[in-house]
Design a protein around this ligand. Structure first.
Ligand code: KIV
Length: 271
């Protein structure tokens, strides 16, 4: 039986304690008040206000179109709901890659206007200056390596990254660099499990995987995927805990039938 320490509030320090104690970290995305409240009440460790909002909330094909203002709106909604978990917000595409001063300005807007606790950004050595500048302002940064969806047009596909030695070596170097710069945690997306294990074992900071195998320090999934709201997305790494697409469709169908048949509302459901 594993004994878990009770944390009243999750901080970046709590996550380090969890890694040291061998307790896995559970992270999910959320983008709105109602879902964030349920997830936080269920005792999730981290909510990621992911730029996957661009896909699952706005219906875009990629994460590229979402704006900083839209990320802040989602983050504000999540922050209003939570009491315990750590809230990390993605810096959207274009807000940190070009210029480290703009990166800092974007991170400050997220922290100031939403009340979030940390930001996440994608990439390694290419975004070193942005990470340094954001960290120097006292803003905790989570890294993200492997399949970084903001670079989808460079990759061309959403298939597993770092299968070749050269890319795996670059990923390991970048992971080390992110730790040395002062990132408090790292997301590894869709890479071989063995590489996930090597990186997690070589770093002191927590490594949270999505399709990075079972040996990393924690797991993250997009909430809409694990609840089965996105019915067509079926990568091997995804475990579905509900089939909400069918549940909701069925419930809506029954509601339509009840309205059309004049069964709803009945005498008890009116004033
Ligand atoms: O935006 C997102 O949901 C993410 C996760 C896939 C880690 O970055």
């Amino acid at each position: 039986m594993s004994v878990h320490k009770e944390f009243k509030r999750i901080t970046t320090h709590s996550l380090l304690e969890m890694k040291t104690a061998g307790e896995k970290i559970a992270m999910l995305t959320a983008y709105d008040y109602s879902m964030a409240k349920i997830i936080d009440d269920a005792q999730i460790d981290i909510i990621l206000v992911g730029d996957s909002a661009s896909n699952v909330m706005a219906g875009h094909e990629t994460t590229l179109p979402i704006t900083l203002d839209q990320m802040i709106y989602h983050a504000q909604s999540v922050i209003r709901a939570i009491k315990r978990c750590l809230v990390v917000v993605d810096l959207p595409f274009g807000s940190y890659q070009g210029n480290s001063k703009e990166a800092l300005a974007a991170a400050i807007r997220i922290m100031k206007e939403s009340g979030a606790h940390a930001v996440k950004l994608e990439g390694g050595s290419e975004v070193k200056e942005s990470i340094e500048r954001i960290l120097s302002a006292g803003i905790p940064v989570m890294g993200h390596l492997g399949l970084t969806p903001q670079s989808i047009y460079k990759f061309g596909t959403y298939s597993v990254r770092a299968k070749e030695e050269a890319e795996a070596n670059k990923l390991k170097e970048d992971a080390k660099l992110l730790e040395e710069l002062g990132c408090f945690a790292l997301v590894l997306e869709k890479i071989p499990a063995q590489l996930g294990k090597e990186v997690a074992e070589s770093l002191h900071i927590p490594v949270i995987g999505i399709g990075a195998g079972q040996h990393v320090d924690g797991q993250v999934l997009v909430m809409h995927d694990m609840l089965g709201i996105t019915s067509e997305f079926k990568p091997r790494f995804l475990r579905r805990y509900l089939d909400l697409y069918e549940e909701i469709k069925g419930a809506v169908g029954r509601y339509i039938t009840d309205v059309k048949s004049k069964d709803f509302p009945n005498e008890k459901e009116q004033y």
